[in-house]
Design a protein around this ligand. Structure first.
Ligand SMILES: [Zn+2]
Length: 193
């Protein structure tokens, strides 16, 4: 996958993206892995008391910053959306590489650019806490994205998943408009779920 330096996300993230990043590779499902990794973070008796909802989303705080009137990241010049990030120094080089590969995917396929934090008001801080989780959308100020090293072991799938939450995406089955697109077979749902 080329020299690690080619993944450095400097300035406006305009460095070239390695040719050998393929979508097929990303589409390997990581969905089963997040619940397994986060298992210990969610109390089985009182899942409603957990700080996570839906397995890996930080419960929205009732004390959100007043500066955030909407939780979208603002669009800049040319429709580019910049997400400033801090990457914990606790990550080793292979882990950093996986995360920077995920940034490169967004740069390649979307108008999203992850840019190195330089005193921005709102930014994400990516660090290896226990488990893989994020808030949905822009929280205001610093917001934590936890990517434990176990979240990085199978490549960038889980990183992309959590970064999608950062961008404002909920899980597809929980979208506000999901009932327009799917039919829920309620009788197929196990008691307790
Ligand atoms: Zn998720």
């Amino acid at each position: 996958l080329g020299a690690p330096s080619s993944f450095k996300c400097s300035g406006a993230c305009s460095t070239s993206v390695p040719e050998d990043l393929s979508l097929e590779e990303i589409q390997v499902s990581q969905d089963k892995d997040i619940p397994a990794i986060n298992q210990g973070l969610i109390s089985e008796e009182t899942p409603e008391g957990s700080f996570l909802v839906e397995g890996d989303i930080i419960r929205p705080s009732p004390f959100r910053l007043l500066s955030v009137t909407n939780n979208k990241w603002p669009k800049g010049v040319g429709g580019i959306v910049e997400i400033p990030f801090l990457l914990s120094s606790k990550y080793d080089e292979p882990s950093r590489k996986v995360i920077l590969e995920a940034f490169a995917d967004f740069e390649r396929f979307t108008c999203i650019r992850f840019v190195a934090y330089q005193g921005h008001r709102d930014f994400i801080s990516i660090l290896p806490m226990s488990g893989c989780f994020s808030s949905v959308g822009r929280s205001g100020g610093m917001q934590v994205v936890s990517l434990a090293t176990t979240c990085l072991q199978k490549g960038r799938g889980i990183v992309l998943h959590e970064l999608m939450h950062v961008l404002g995406f909920w899980h597809e089955h929980a979208r506000a408009d999901r009932d327009r697109y799917i039919r829920v077979n309620w009788n197929e749902i196990l008691p307790g779920f």
